[in-house]
Design a protein around this ligand. Structure first.
Ligand code: FE
Ligand code: FE
Length: 186
């Protein structure tokens, strides 16, 4: 059989994503633990379950290819996880930390969306139809997760902002009193 360089690239990138997904299986419980919002925590827990499924789908694809899934380190995901850990080490509290966790998680989802979009296209070109279907299923779940994070952020960012406003008012009590008086007469 003629050597197919695109197939080599395809397998290489699948190994990269396999490493990335395994890193996420370890990182997502930490994000869940750091979340204040119940909805956000549950969102991370749901995506952890999905991510375990992503790992299994990749193993199924490697089985079909008669190749090993291991052997590559995803430096990008290692970096994104490290940034997430740095965020969790900051002394942000409550909804502000939640807003930061969402920002970290969306970077991860966007990376995965790019990666799965590419390998799904190559799977189609290479005639690996079963793999293509599995990769597109995962791609869809990554997109849905990203959308869900955007929806959650709409509420959480507002709460994060009002939390910051409250902090400012406590430091300057005069405007807060004036504000309350105005409210009472309205
Ligand atoms: Fe994933
Ligand atoms: Fe994901």
């Amino acid at each position: 059989m003629k050597h197919n360089a695109l197939k080599d690239l395809y397998i290489d990138e699948l190994r990269d994503i396999y490493d990335a997904e395994n890193r996420l299986v370890k990182a997502l419980p930490k994000l869940a633990k750091a979340a204040t919002s119940d909805e956000l925590r549950e969102g991370f827990e749901t995506h952890l379950e999905q991510t375990r499924g992503h790992v299994e789908r990749l193993e199924e694809i490697f089985n079909g290819l008669d190749e090993k899934p291991t052997g590559k380190k995803c430096n990008a995901m290692a970096g994104l996880v490290k940034e997430g850990e740095e965020t969790m080490d900051e002394d942000f509290e409550g909804e502000v930390m939640d807003a930061a966790l969402i920002a970290a998680a969306q970077r991860v989802e966007h990376y995965e969306i790019a990666a799965y979009g590419c390998v799904a296209a190559w799977a189609e070109l290479l005639g690996d139809n079963e793999a293509q279907a599995l990769l597109e299923k995962t791609l869809q779940e990554e997109k849905e997760t990203d959308q869900k994070l955007t929806e959650l952020s709409r509420q959480i960012n507002v709460e994060a902002k009002s939390e910051s406003d409250e902090g400012e008012e406590t430091e300057a009590e005069e405007p807060q009193r004036r504000g309350k008086a105005r409210g009472a007469h309205a």
